[in-house]
Design a protein around this ligand. Structure first.
Ligand code: MN
Ligand code: MN
Ligand code: MN
Length: 295
């Protein structure tokens, strides 16, 4: 069963509309897909309405500030109508907008005018993110690809980087859980943290009451994945998996390349409210019995 618990639509910085994303996921035979747009849940309802074979997990991805890092916390199974959650997301989007204006100002000063205005156009009605800035700068030939733009302009210490004032990890965990959701530490190996800092991050996330950590992502080195799986086990965290799909590409596909190590406790193990998972949990004990008899 293909399960992908991290994806984006045009409601944030994804390239596909919620409908297009659902069509693609159904085409690729996914059973379960979480829509986790940055600081918004705007794409979820349309995706749910569009899905026929696919089950949509309502989600979001909240940016948080931790020391000098932007740490992302995914919320899964959230109640979309929760007023406290929606107020917190609105505040995040306002902060994002102010930050984007300041990024534009700094880039203009460095000789790249009107990047903010163009990034806004690219984003459309979605909140403007650094990815939109990267797209504009690639289009202007400043670098070959978005990753290079990030390295040159948009990371801490670069011309266009503006420190954030996102909510804390503990606040994000709390706001997700009070909306009935589970809090997941997103892509722990993407923050360029040393092992020592990664340990510290996971420990703090766990003591803030976090539920799970993304253990499986495409193209993750086995050794690195083992390290993350060990951390999850050490702190009693569940394991999640997701492609962080933004747009179709040659090296990343919805639901593909995700393999949780055997010892992990999948976050969806108790999601019996999803029909698609009921048959699976019922089938599991039988499989175990058969295995024991085999011994
Ligand atoms: Mn993104
Ligand atoms: Mn992220
Ligand atoms: Mn993401």
């Amino acid at each position: 069963m293909l399960i992908d618990l991290h994806s984006h639509t045009t409601a944030s910085d994804g390239g596909l509309t919620p409908q297009e994303l659902v069509f693609r996921a159904e085409n690729k035979q996914l059973a379960l897909l979480a829509i986790t747009d940055h600081d918004t849940t705007d794409g979820v309802a349309l995706a749910q309405k569009t899905a026929s074979k696919l089950t949509i997990v309502p989600g979001t991805e909240i940016s948080t500030a931790w020391h000098a890092f932007d740490i992302h916390i995914v919320g899964l199974n959230i109640d979309l109508d929760n007023a406290v959650l929606q107020a917190a997301l609105t505040e995040q989007r306002e902060k994002r907008e102010q930050r984007a204006v300041e990024m534009g100002r700094r880039l203009a000063k460095a000789g790249y005018p009107d990047v903010y205005e163009e990034a806004k156009q690219v984003a459309g009605s979605a909140p403007v993110t650094r990815s939109h800035f990267a797209k504009v700068l690639v289009r202007r030939g400043v670098a070959d690809n978005p990753a290079k733009v990030f390295d040159k302009f948009l990371r801490r210490g670069n011309t266009g980087y503006v420190p954030n004032n996102w909510m804390s990890i503990a606040e994000a965990v709390k706001v997700i859980q009070q909306a009935g959701g589970q809090a997941v530490l997103a892509h722990p190996t993407n923050y360029r943290l040393s092992n020592k800092w990664l340990r510290k991050l996971v420990a703090e996330f766990a003591s803030a009451g976090g539920d799970a950590i993304e253990v499986a992502a495409p193209q993750l080195n086995r050794e690195v994945q083992q390290f993350v799986a060990d951390l999850a086990e050490e702190h009693g965290l569940l394991a999640s998996q997701g492609t962080d799909f933004h747009h179709p590409s040659a090296w990343r596909e919805l639901g593909r390349g995700l393999h949780l190590p055997q010892k992990c406790q999948p976050i969806w193990q108790d999601w019996t409210h999803y029909e698609v998972l009921q048959s699976q949990t019922e089938a599991a004990p039988e499989a175990n019995t058969a295995g024991k008899e085999g011994l």
